[in-house]
Design a protein around this ligand. Structure first.
Ligand code: NDP
Ligand code: OCD
Length: 340
């Protein structure tokens, strides 16, 4: 059985969907309440591969909210993640993806140290960040959507916001090794990590966001920001392809410009309908078929009977593993979401 650990994007989002899912007692409660709420299994899922095999999974809501980080409720945030992991393990889930901020919190706050959660000793090999598949799908979106829009990678400048992150560094490695992209602009806050990445790649310009945006034909957003930023589409190149892989979205507003194309980044579409209800809450356009690539990674590992933390640790996503998960992704019927 596979599992997905996820969370909602804001307190307002959580309050608005709790009723709909049959949790009226959560609907009008504030951040303090969510800080003490236990994890819940809120969905049972069935997915069928193109090979014909059907697998079953569970969605575990951790009750983490990004406001916990913004309000420095760090202890609550970390407890949410380890409690959700213990919950998944207690329910016999073999391989669980740590969606959105779950893996970021796990790594940033070194939660390896909290292996014992009440009577459960966490077996970390039962969890995967899902980031290898996410990085692979974002790269395929860049390659295929740029072709749809007539942007040639060999003439293109690609800005990667969150370049030094787990997904961002995987994307940079792929663009460097597997494409002929003309220029890469590397964006993040920590200069030392940017220099280390630049040295590893042997290329790429380290620039600030303001300087990068007007130069970029393609912008990949994979920064771990609890709230999105506003950008002015008139200050971008036209055409410009934006692949927003953040969860919550890195861009705060819906961009309305005829030559700026915004793609939901790190999203796959499955070839067959999936029996679940969570993706309508996550506001997918086609909720029966579209899902986060990190979640798809745990499904793929279950289909392949690979009960191991395929994606783990930080900044170790290499192109060979991306290629491997990519082959399995195609085999089981997942496709990157492209421009309509
Ligand atoms: P990491 O924490 O590993 O990396 C985050 C990156 O963002 C770092 O480079 C960090 O560098 C940078 N960053 C953070 N804040 C800012 C900022 N204000 N301005 C510029 N750069 C910033 O995160 P992941 O790679 O694991 O995840 C990245 C995003 O992808 C998250 O939003 C996550 O929720 C989402 N995600 C999406 C998935 C999907 O299936 N679509 C799956 C998993 C994750 P620095 O701190 O130096 O600025
Ligand atoms: C990307 O990084 C993946 C993160 C994905 C998060 C998925 C969100 C799914 C939304 C469904 C959640 C329903 C929870 C309702 C909570 C009610 C109270 C227990």
């Amino acid at each position: 059985m596979f599992g997905l650990i996820g969370h909602l994007t804001s307190l307002a989002h959580a309050q608005s969907v709790a009723n709909e899912l049959g949790y009226p007692e959560y609907a009008d409660r504030g951040l303090d309440f969510w800080c003490s709420a236990p994890p819940q299994i809120v969905d049972t899922i069935k997915v069928t591969s193109l090979t014909g095999e059907t697998i079953e999974g569970r969605y575990v809501e951790s009750c983490f909210l990004p406001e916990m980080l913004a309000n420095r409720r760090i202890k609550a945030a970390t407890r949410k993640i380890v409690n959700a992991m213990a919950h998944a393990q207690k329910h016999g889930i073999d391989i669980t993806a740590l969606g959105g901020f779950s893996s970021i919190i796990f790594e940033n706050f070194n939660l390896y140290q909290i292996q014992q959660v009440r009577n459960i000793k966490l077996e970390f090999e039962r969890f995967t960040t899902g980031n290898t598949h996410t990085a692979y799908i974002i790269c395929k979106q860049v390659e295929q959507a740029s072709r749809q829009l007539g942007i040639s990678l060999s003439n293109a400048t690609v800005a990667i916001c969150g370049a030094t992150g787990d997904i961002g560094s995987g994307v940079c490695r792929w663009l460097n090794a597997r494409t002929d992209v003309k220029e890469m602009l590397l964006i993040a806050r920590d200069r030392a990590r940017l220099s280390a990445l630049q040295e590893e790649l042997g290329r790429g310009q380290v620039v600030g966001l303001e300087e990068a945006l007007p130069q970029a034909d393609i912008i990949v957003w994979v920064a771990s920001m609890p709230k999105g930023v506003e950008i002015d589409p008139n200050g971008l190149k036209h055409p410009c392809l934006i692949v927003d892989g953040g969860y919550p979205k890195n861009m705060a507003t819906q961009i309305q410009h005829p030559e700026v194309y915004v793609l939901n980044g790190g999203i796959v579409e499955h070839s067959l309908d999936i029996d679940w209800r969570i993706m309508s809450i996550a506001k997918m356009e086609v909720p029966a078929r579209q899902l986060f690539a990190c979640f798809a990674e745990s499904m793929i590992l279950e289909f392949e009977k690979l009960y191991t933390n395929f994606s783990w640790g930080r900044n170790q996503i290499g192109v060979e593993k991306m290629e491997q998960i990519g082959q399995w992704s195609v085999k089981h019927g997942f496709k990157p979401l492209l421009v309509n």
